[in-house]
Design a protein around this ligand. Structure first.
Ligand SMILES: *Cc1c(COP(=O)(O)O)cnc(C)c1O
Length: 390
């Protein structure tokens, strides 16, 4: 549409409605959704219990203000703290905003300890958002280019490289925190080794750095546990959530534990919309539905079927470099740019994504059923083979 600023090279397709893992296009075609609005629609489309929870809440109260108490927000904070081992939550409207809160929290934590230039260790290929501070923390020159001057106070190290972090620890006394994605999503589905996560966590404890995990994409059951960091057996100081949290309504959260939960005082941070009754009702319903329907188990089960099917169908195929991921967050790395696969998949009525130029990314809804998993494999594998042969 010509009245939109030119921020997206959009596919020529709009949808009218959806149901479960399926979306109907204006063109009358029915698409299998293996992307979930980029890890947002974990419950699929038009889940009746979610729809009812949102409609009921809209009929009672949509917005008041954070200058009053908000019961739905308190309930959601309590539930998320129970699930994650955190002590408190701040709610906002997106992943970038949740990371902004974490960055501000880490800086204030540093200043409260007399550190004048609080510095956060971030990773190569990291993705933390597009606001100026989160863009500065992001490890993509392509995303940053043209928006200089960037925010200072970040040191970048290679992912999965403990020696690099140790080297920073030795030469930089201003470090206050590490910010890590347990699996890098936008960066190309790179999985942090469990041993690395444990060593990083331990170093943070020794140095009194905050161990902050950006689970905007990996959180909320995406990898088969509520949070990916559980699988490494570590409990972070700061946990950042968004995407799947509200099943499509905009909500982000920055949760904190221990000393990190004591940093903010009234006046330090805030938001007009964040944590309103409507989005919190959607997030509470999401937690209920995920529990009732066993969606963590399902994410693990379907994820395993998918990755095994992909490996069976694509391993050894020339041009396939790697197949990796956890739960329903999977990547197929090819030896060449493969953005065209998105359009080729559309012709097969399949919605996928390509990130980091060469990585086919699958983020299907957590409600995926056996037959749908088979269908993704049946549509995708021949497509990738044809693409590589062609
Ligand atoms: C998507 C994403 C963000 C940014 O979230 P927005 O809601 O787009 O601001 C931050 N971190 C990670 C890991 C993400 O995947």
């Amino acid at each position: 549409m010509s009245s939109l600023l030119n921020t997206y090279a959009r596919l020529p397709l709009a949808f009218t409605h959806g149901k479960g893992a399926w979306l109907w296009g204006e063109n009358g075609r029915c698409y299998l959704d293996a992307l979930s609005g980029i890890a947002v629609n974990g419950l699929g489309h038009a889940h009746p219990k979610l729809v009812k929870a949102i409609a009921d809440q809209a009929g009672q109260l949509i917005h008041t203000s954070n200058i009053y108490q908000i019961r739905r927000q308190e309930q959601l904070a309590e539930r998320l703290c129970q699930l994650s081992g955190m002590d408190g939550a701040f709610f906002c409207n997106s992943g970038a905003e949740a990371n902004e809160a974490a960055i501000k929290l880490a800086r204030l934590y540093g200043h409260q300890r007399g550190i004048e230039v609080p510095t956060i260790i971030v990773m190569e290929k990291a993705w933390h958002g597009r606001t100026i501070a989160t863009l500065s923390a992001t490890g993509s020159r392509k995303a940053q280019a043209g928006f200089e001057p960037l925010v200072t106070g970040f040191v970048r190290v290679p992912y999965n490289d403990m020696a690099a972090v140790q080297a920073v620890a030795e030469r930089n006394p201003q470090v206050v925190a590490v910010l890590l994605e347990p699996i890098q999503g936008e960066g190309g589905i790179h999985v942090a080794d469990q041993v690395y996560q444990q060593a990083l966590f331990q170093l943070c404890q020794e140095r009194q750095w905050l161990y902050m995990v950006d689970e905007v994409q990996t959180g909320m059951g995406r990898t088969g546990t509520w949070f990916a960091t559980e699988q490494a057996g570590v409990c972070p100081d700061v946990l950042i959530l968004a995407k799947g949290l509200g099943s499509g309504v905009p909500i982000g959260a920055c949760l904190a534990r221990g000393a990190a939960a004591q940093v903010f005082k009234p006046g330090n941070h805030g938001t007009t919309f964040g944590g309103g009754p409507l989005v919190c009702a959607a997030a509470l319903a999401t937690l209920d539905i995920m529990t009732e329907e066993g969606l963590l188990d399902n994410a693990r089960h379907q994820g395993l079927r998918l990755i095994q099917g992909l490996r069976a169908g694509l391993s050894g195929v020339t041009g396939v470099v790697d197949i990796r991921g956890q739960g329903l967050m999977l990547g197929i790395e090819l030896d060449r740019p493969c953005g065209d696969l998105v359009k080729l998949a559309l012709e097969k009525d399949l919605l996928i994504n390509v990130t980091s130029d060469k990585v086919v990314r699958l983020l299907p809804p957590l409600i995926l059923q056996d037959g749908e998993t088979e269908e993704i494999l049946a549509r995708l594998i021949p497509l990738i083979k044809q693409f590589l042969e062609g």
